[in-house]
Ligand binder design. Structure first.
Ligand code: NDP
Length: 791
């Protein structure tokens, strides 16, 4: 009787373990170790390392460490298979993806248990979230496979994709990578994380079962060195990576100049903002899903709680009460809320950060400190009164630790939310719809959940702003990462031609203080400015005669221009109609001075009068095209979960660096600058070094066209030198570069600092034909805002 009374009093659950029998049999069958999955078969196990169940600290399997030779073999298999796979009809590819979806779904229970044993996450999560979402991804992309030709005209598959995934959502991340790649006609080599390779190997068996052609999916297990070998493989066409910002940066540098396409889904320190008018009980449940889901080992975890001062005490009290009900323990138990941390090294990382927090004198709350004696466990923790400068507010902890700070006003909430180098996600809690959308619009993050958190769906893009990476996964946005334009441009420019004369920079150099100043100046913040160096350089015509002088810009001029561009950021908030009007005005004013521009082009480039006129005509038309696009490059409402509106908004990057090529100096300048500003970016443009004068003549067009000061800044000089400063500058959010191979490689490598997005080309581009939506897509990043509806 006493026992029943106790149970009624505590309403505690009895044990409810999920059976691991089938998984146990499968692991036993592979006791000798797993090989890689290359060209449709498993290789002989070799160079084995142990895989552990982190909840028990027991070894559960041994898998092979992939060598560079294994990577070579896998890439060769993928290469061989790619042509045929891409040549299949969309319908045929669709059937393969559909079969993968069906088989993942059929094995949901097996895969959930395996995931839980391998990763330590509660079975409730692997069973209800990870594996169903993985199946949903294959279903969704089975649809895309048959639509890709009609929905992505003028594009083709990228080729062989190297894909590297982390340990926090092993099968789900595999699905996020493999499903879109295959749907778009690519083949893949995937490296799962060292800690959690098992569901990927089970998936390989599913590929065999469904009759997927050999070589379409290859899986090579191993550690970071295996990942690095995949990144380095010269015949891989694209790298898709999810993991830490640090490794993302390494990969950005390693792929620079290789021509590989790259998408990076990196870390985060996402804010969870609770306003005073929020439904606090719902917000508490939101916090549970935000930070204690998957033990907080989630890139988009709502790990920074920002709460309105007036609501803080009430919210903390409710949170503490709720924490007392969280069950930490055996992940295979169906009533466990918080499972095991993936590995001892991750547990130690969490402990180390907590020790640092303790040294800072922070206040920790744990409802119950006790965790199972065996395995890697860490109790749910709330840290309040955290200063934004604290290590715990800045660093990605990747554990079940919530750090809380209060704010007084919505402006302060937004400032705190954006006070991070990351920008992956945010969650906003308020019953005021106006405030919710205003805050969502102002937060710099790729995903914003209103009165909800951690919502995912295959139909919506997911990915970050700033140091959380670039590129999206999911839906149409994600698919474009796996396609490239049909027609490959002509051969790369090995060097800019003609170059400005050699070091110490430019010759003939003029000291501007000597004699009268005839130099075309720089254009910064809406004003003509003398270059900081005080020097100009001679712009030569094709016969080698001086056609004029241009300012020799340097790093300081670029810094001033970036500052001016940042100050003009309200341009991004202007209505699209307003921006369109300004762009039309630019076109009109250029048209009014058509002959003057044509003469300048003839004189400086040697183009015939007809060709020069054609270039000016094309520039006017192009300005019209992007003026037209300014209010037509819409976002979307994605069909995701029921009772959710998921709005995908195209937002400008902010400050863009645009380095123009030498060919078609006016048309290339207009073709690059106009789409960037049409989408609301402010630009620092570096015109052709050899033929800068049509860009400097452009100042007066800008001045008479109501382009606000700072929206377009122009710095002349040696393009590759100025490109370097732009690529390194932390205040620049994206860089477009058209020039030579060295310059393109340098821009990509140097962009790794703040992980700015780059679009670098060393090809000779036919500017007369190069325009369209791809420029607008590259001039924007997508923010997905999820809003629930209904009571
Ligand atoms: P990593 O970024 O090291 O790992 C992600 C993947 O990259 C793994 O498959 C890893 O292999 C592989 N890898 C490691 N080094 C290289 C390299 N030089 N070149 C190519 N691939 C490489 O993350 P960790 O697992 O080490 O976790 C460290 C921290 O990263 C966490 O504490 C967390 O803060 C963050 N993280 C963020 C994730 C996210 O989704 N944003 C996911 C995971 C971690 P291997 O597994 O063998 O090391």
């Amino acid at each position: 009787m006493g026992v029943i009374k106790d149970i009624l009093r505590t309403m505690d659950y009895g044990p409810s373990p999920e059976s691991s029998e089938h998984v146990g049999v499968w692991l036993e069958e592979h006791k000798a170790g797993f090989g890689h999955f290359i060209n449709g078969v498993f290789t002989k196990p070799s160079d084995l390392f142990d895989v552990f169940n982190p909840a028990r600290g027991e070894r559960i399997a041994r898998v092979s460490q992939g060598s560079p030779a294994d990577i070579d073999a896998a890439v060769a298999a993928a290469r061989k298979a790619q042509g045929k796979w891409a040549a299949l009809s969309g319908f045929e590819r669709s059937k393969h993806l559909y079969a993968l979806a069906r088989h993942v779904q059929k094995r949901e229970r097996f895969l959930s248990v395996l995931e839980t044993i391998d990763n330590g996450k509660p079975i409730r999560e692997s069973r209800d979230i990870d594996i169903p979402l993985a199946a949903r991804h294959f279903y969704h992309h089975a649809g895309w496979a048959s639509l890709i030709d009609s929905e992505f005209p003028g594009t083709k598959p990228v080729g062989v994709c190297g894909q590297i995934i982390p340990w926090n959502f092993p099968l789900l991340m595999l699905a996020w990578k493999i499903a879109p790649a295959l749907a778009a006609g690519n083949t893949v080599v995937l490296k799962p994380a060292e800690f959690t390779p098992l569901t990927a190997l089970a998936f390989a068996a599913i590929c065999v079962e469904t009759g997927l052609p050999p070589g379409v999916v290859n899986i090579v297990t191993g550690d970071g060195a295996t990942g690095a070998a995949l990144v380095a493989d010269a015949s891989v066409n694209k790298i898709a990576f999810t993991g830490s910002t640090e490794v993302g940066r390494t990969i950005r540098k390693a792929t620079a100049g290789s021509g590989k396409k790259l998408s990076l889904e990196l870390g985060g320190k996402s804010p969870f903002i609770v306003f005073e008018d929020a439904d606090l009980d719902s917000a508490v449940e939101g916090v549970v899903d935000a930070i204690w889901f998957n033990q907080g080992q989630v890139c988009c975890a709502g790990s920074r709680l920002l709460v309105a001062e007036g609501a803080a005490d009430a919210l903390y009290a409710k949170l503490r009460a709720r924490m007392a009900n969280l069950r930490v323990g055996d992940p295979l138990d169906k009533s466990t809320d918080v499972g095991a941390i993936v590995a001892p090294v991750q547990l130690e990382r969490i402990r180390r950060l907590m020790r640092q927090g303790e040294e800072e004198g922070l206040e920790f709350f744990r409802a119950d400190d006790s965790v199972p004696d065996r395995g890697c466990f860490y109790p749910p923790t709330l840290v309040t009164g955290v200063d934004p400068a604290s290590v715990l507010a800045r660093e990605e902890i990747f554990g079940p630790v919530l750090v809380a700070t209060t704010f007084r006003t919505p402006d302060e909430a937004v400032a705190l939310a954006n006070n991070t180098r990351y920008g992956l996600a945010a969650s906003v809690w308020t019953e005021n719809v106006n405030r919710a959308f205003e805050v969502a619009a102002r937060i710099k993050a790729g995903v914003v959940w209103i009165n909800s958190t951690n919502m995912f769906d295959a139909a919506a893009g997911f990915g970050g702003y700033r140091e959380s990476g670039f590129g999206r996964e999911g839906g149409r946005e994600g698919l474009s990462e796996y396609r490239i334009a049909d027609e490959l441009k002509s051969k790369p420019n090995s060097s800019r031609a003609p170059r400005l004369n050699a070091s110490p920079g430019v010759s003939p150099a003029r000291n501007l203080d000597e004699g009268p100043d005839r130099t075309a100046k720089l254009y910064i913040g809406g004003k003509q400015a003398r270059p900081d160096s005080g020097y100009s350089y001679a712009v030569l015509d094709p016969a080698g005669r001086e056609a004029g002088l241009a300012g020799l810009g340097n790093r300081k001029d670029i810094r001033n221009a970036v500052e001016a561009a940042a100050k003009a950021s309200s341009w991004g908030a202007a209505t699209a109609h307003n921006r369109a009007q300004v762009l039309y005005y630019v076109a009109e004013n250029l048209a009014a001075r058509q002959s003057e521009f044509a003469q300048r082009l003839s004189a400086t480039t040697g183009a015939s009068a007809r060709a020069a006129r054609a270039q000016v005509d094309a520039s006017i038309r192009r300005a019209f095209v992007y003026a037209g696009y300014a209010d037509k490059f819409d976002g979307a409402v994605h069909a995701t979960r029921s009772r959710f509106v998921t709005i995908a908004m195209n937002e400008p990057w902010g400050v863009m660096g645009v380095i123009c090529p030498d060919e078609a100096p006016l048309l290339a300048f207009v073709s690059l600058v106009m789409p960037a500003i049409a989408m609301g970016n402010c630009v620092v443009a570096v015109p052709s070094s050899s033929h800068p004068l049509s860009a400097t003549d452009f100042y007066s067009v800008l001045e008479t066209s109501d382009v606000p000061a700072g929206v377009v800044n122009i710095v002349t000089g040696e393009a590759n030198v100025l490109a370097k400063t732009l690529a390194e500058h932390d205040g620049v959010d994206a860089v477009w570069y058209a020039g030579d191979t060295d310059g393109a490689a340098r821009v990509e490598a140097l962009s790794a600092g703040n992980l700015k997005a780059t679009w670098a080309s060393a090809a000779t581009i036919d500017w007369a034909k190069t325009e369209g939506r791809e420029f607008l897509r590259r001039a924007t990043q997508v923010k997905n805002i999820w809003t629930p509806y209904g009571e």
